[in-house]
Design a protein around this ligand. Structure first.
Ligand SMILES: Nc1nc2c(c(=O)[nH]1)N[C@H]1C(S)=C(S)[C@@H](COP(=O)(O)OP(=O)(O)OC[C@H]3O[C@@H](n4cnc5c(=O)[nH]c(N)nc54)[C@H](O)[C@@H]3O)O[C@H]1N2
Ligand SMILES: Nc1nc2c(c(=O)[nH]1)N[C@H]1C(S)=C(S)[C@@H](COP(=O)(O)OP(=O)(O)OC[C@H]3O[C@@H](n4cnc5c(=O)[nH]c(N)nc54)[C@H](O)[C@@H]3O)O[C@H]1N2
Ligand code: SF4
Ligand SMILES: [Mo]
Length: 720
């Protein structure tokens, strides 16, 4: 007998747009996904992943029983274990006891510096709040980070420096109210497809003018009034030259500058040198296009800037983002509807995981860990002796693995991340994973990183648990359980509570913090007690429509756009800028710039989409290369090519397309068979510690079909 049909409203587990989903369930099985026409975020629209990409939940390679590695791994020669025979099934008590024993053993021997955790932007606010609490309260370690470091870290640092808050200033759907909007470093139609629909509507129905600044001829170029085909890494010259033109032509907003900003003089002086001619020489963009873009942006009634990873994922990512912020402050195009500074956040819950404290320098609510008052506040909340919390900033994602050595990090807990696909320079990453003494993986699958684990804890998928995600425009939305977890899988928050209690007992620190919750709503309420932006968020208030933070009180309607009267830091601060070239520039040996990123059908390391029928839609890695470059190298469309950087080499097929501008090739990082991150450099931005994923250099040569499989250089040829 089939159980009766039911419809469960929830939030998409893929991207930061946060589309509302209706899961149609029969017999604990999703047979259809729709979205209501009145959904505020997506108006009934869904992209291919939201509509069809959920079947990873049922994939037979999903692991739904705790597993323990049969042989004890030794630091220095740890290996990946994809083969089922290398693991044995365990019950929850045994797996949790084992994980707690080993973690506590290492902590008691080597202290908090040996402990590190990756939180998860796919998991809920409640899951992330608890995992950072476990590491801070029990292991006294701030080595807590997540993929935000690899993502918008530089946007966050720059926005904190300039305005004092890091989130999108406006609501994505407000783009239809803009007269002009600039889109840069954002392939929005593949990566935030529903926001792209709203942008297309803004252009086609509302007559908004779009300026695209991007090294690839992305789809949105077809809708653009101006397209600036920038060379990778030349953002500071181009956006500063726009500022130069705005200043020279008196198109700035003196009243806004006087009333709401500081440091204008120093900034204006530093813009002198950024003439359009100078910017053209570095960026390859025609100077007249830069002048036109400056006039268009500055003179419109309402202009907004939208950006994604082309800006932050650079060794000068902070400066890139500051060059955009300077433009908004200079023209006063912020603090009103249809204006603003809008970094499009990537993961479904990267905004929320950051808000919840899954970061090494901040408690929940962006409260710095090295501030005495903040530490005391959380000591009180978590029932910790005065002075007990660690006041030192922890290590970032990019620093944690580099710190794996005797006297450094020894034990790593990974909840829902995949550094062995997502971190730069994977050959280096692999060595560091091998050197760890103990690894816990908590995921739906044994991915390339989980294969290094000693113990695997099977987590429930989004449709199997309750909680909240916070989307890119700060909207806290409900995630609802549609059916019980498959097999023995359990919700992340429950797993964390159970392991935390065991650790607490072994440490002899009873009643540290609190680990007994009957429902995740209690966890969010605990966090809201100390995080003013979430103070008013209650599950009861977000039943139908989510609320945009800040939500300071329970009767507050939420905050669609920020900075109406002032900035969180008071005045907006201008920053003088210098041009700094990329860490690597093309030369005779490595003549091409490699840009990496995404395609519509896939997600990051592919753990979810490659276990879904999205993989049939886009089954293989392809390198985009310009027709002229391909002709020079005798590369044919669909032919295999070998791509080599200073760090490694991969073989994949070429896609010859004018979407790639000359001199720049593009490889998506979703495919283990040709993992783009074998090639990328681990050079980072000094302030934000974000890697330069968008501009390594490579050489390219035609290859043979046989090399395609033989070339896989790591032991990741299979999946568990
Ligand atoms: N289908 C799908 N959607 C996703 C994801 C996914 O894996 N798959 N991931 C999500 C996540 S976590 C994120 S963070 C977002 C990322 O969203 P995007 O940032 O849109 O994703 P990328 O594919 O990395 O595209 C980067 C864009 O920056 C441009 N670019 C590269 N170098 C430069 C440069 O030097 N200057 C400028 N101005 N532009 C440059 C590229 O040409 C490209 O258009 O996507 C989210 N959405
Ligand atoms: N070359 C290159 N590399 C990049 C980038 C790039 O542009 N170029 N972009 C970077 C960016 S922006 C990002 S955000 C990172 C992403 O990097 P990661 O976060 O490491 O990658 P994901 O593949 O999204 O990993 C998510 C994991 O969470 C699991 N998961 C899903 N739902 C749940 C859940 O509810 N609970 C638990 N416990 N697990 C769950 C999935 O199965 C998957 O294994 O990659 C970065 N790496
Ligand atoms: S646009 Fe993003 S949130 Fe919406 S359905 Fe697609 S992946 Fe999901
Ligand atoms: Mo991201």
């Amino acid at each position: 007998m089939l159980k009766a049909e039911k419809i469960v409203s929830t939030t998409c587990p893929y991207c930061g747009v946060g589309c509302n989903l209706q899961l149609h369930i029969q017999d604990d099985f999703i047979y259809r996904v729709t979205s209501p026409f009145d959904s505020v975020v997506n108006h009934g629209n869904l992209c291919v992943k939201g509509r069809f990409g959920y079947d990873y939940i049922y994939n037979k390679q999903r692991v739904t029983t705790p597993l323990i590695r049969k042989t004890r791994q030794v630091a220095g020669s740890r290996t990946q274990a994809f083969d089922r025979s290398e693991w044995r099934e365990a019950n929850w008590d045994e797996a949790l006891d084992y994980a707690a024993d080993r973690l506590v053993e290492i902590y008691q021997r080597d202290g908090s510096k040996a402990m590190a955790v990756y939180c998860c932007a796919k998991a809920t606010n409640e899951d992330n709040y608890l995992l950072q609490k476990m590491y801070r309260a029990l292991f006294r370690s701030n080595n807590v980070d997540h993929c935000t470091r690899l993502c918008h870290a530089a946007s966050v640092v720059a926005l904190q420096m300039a305005v004092g808050s890091a989130a999108m200033s406006n609501t994505a759907a407000e783009v239809v109210e803009s007269d002009v909007f600039m889109l840069t470093g954002s392939n929005v139609s593949e990566n935030h497809p529903i926001i792209a629909l709203q942008m297309k509507k803004a252009v086609q129905k509302h007559g908004a003018k779009l300026i695209v600044v991007d090294p690839r001829r992305i789809e949105m170029v077809n809708y653009a009034a101006l397209y600036l085909p920038i060379k990778p890494g030349s953002d500071v010259p181009v956006f500063s030259a726009m500022a130069h033109v705005i200043l020279k032509e008196n198109l700035h907003n003196p009243q806004f500058i006087a009333e709401r900003t500081e440091n204008f003089e120093a900034f204006a002086a530093s813009m002198e040198k950024f003439t359009p001619e100078y910017a053209e020489a570095i960026s390859g963009v025609d100077r007249q296009l830069i002048i036109d873009a400056a006039r268009m942006y500055a003179t419109a009634g309402k202009s907004a800037i939208y950006w994604a990873l082309g800006i932050p994922e650079s060794t000068h990512g902070t400066a890139n983002a500051l060059s955009l912020i300077n433009l908004a402050l200079l023209t006063g195009q912020i603090g009103r509807r249809g204006t603003g500074l809008n970094p499009l956040r990537g993961q479904n819950n990267v905004q929320g995981a950051s808000d919840s404290g899954a970061m090494p320098w901040h408690y929940p609510g962006y409260q710095t860990v090295d501030n005495e008052q903040n530490a005391q506040r959380w000591e009180k909340t978590w029932n910790i002796e005065p002075g007990g919390l660690n006041r030192q900033r922890g290590l970032t994602t990019t620093e944690i693995l580099s710190a794996v050595h005797p006297g450094g990090v020894q034990a790593l807990y990974i909840m829902g991340e995949n550094p062995m696909m997502s971190e730069p320079n994977l050959n280096h990453t692999r060595k560091k994973m091998e050197e760890l003494e103990f690894v816990v993986a908590q995921d739906l699958f044994i991915n390339e990183s989980g294969a290094f684990a000693d113990v695997f804890l099977p987590a429930a998928a989004f449709a199997e648990k309750d909680g909240t995600f916070t989307n890119t425009d700060r909207r806290v939305q409900r995630v609802r359980q549609a059916f019980p977890p498959r097999g023995n899988a359990r919700a992340d928050w429950q797993i964390i509570c159970d392991i935390a209690k065991r650790i607490e007992k072994r440490l002899g620190r009873p009643n540290t913090a609190f680990w007994d919750y009957s429902h995740p709503s209690e966890i969010l309420a605990e966090m809201g007690g100390n995080v003013p932006d979430y103070a008013g968020v209650r599950y009861a208030n977000i039943e139908k429509v989510g609320l945009q933070t800040p939500v300071p009180t329970e009767d507050h309607p939420g905050t669609p756009y920020l900075y109406t009267k002032d900035f969180p830091r008071g005045r907006g601060k201008f920053h003088p800028l210098e041009y700094v070239p990329n860490a690597e520039m093309p030369d005779d040996e490595y003549p091409f710039v490699l840009s990496t990123g995404r395609v519509l059908e896939h997600w990051h390391g592919g753990t979810m989409t490659r276990h879904s029928w999205m993989d049939d839609l886009f089954p293989e890695a392809l390198m985009e290369i310009n027709p002229a470059d391909a002709a020079n190298l005798a590369i044919r469309d669909g032919g295999p090519v070998r791509v080599t950087s200073r760090r490694g080499s991969i073989v994949l097929r070429a896609k010859v397309t004018p979407k790639a501008n000359p001199g720049v090739v593009f490889i998506p990082f979703h495919f283990w068979e040709a993992a783009a991150n074998i090639l990328t450099t681990d050079a980072v931005d000094p302030q934000a510690k974000i890697p330069e994923y968008k501009a390594g250099v490579v050489r390219i040569a035609p290859a043979f079909d046989e090399e395609m499989t033989a070339a896989v250089p790591m032991q990741i040829r299979g999946r568990y």
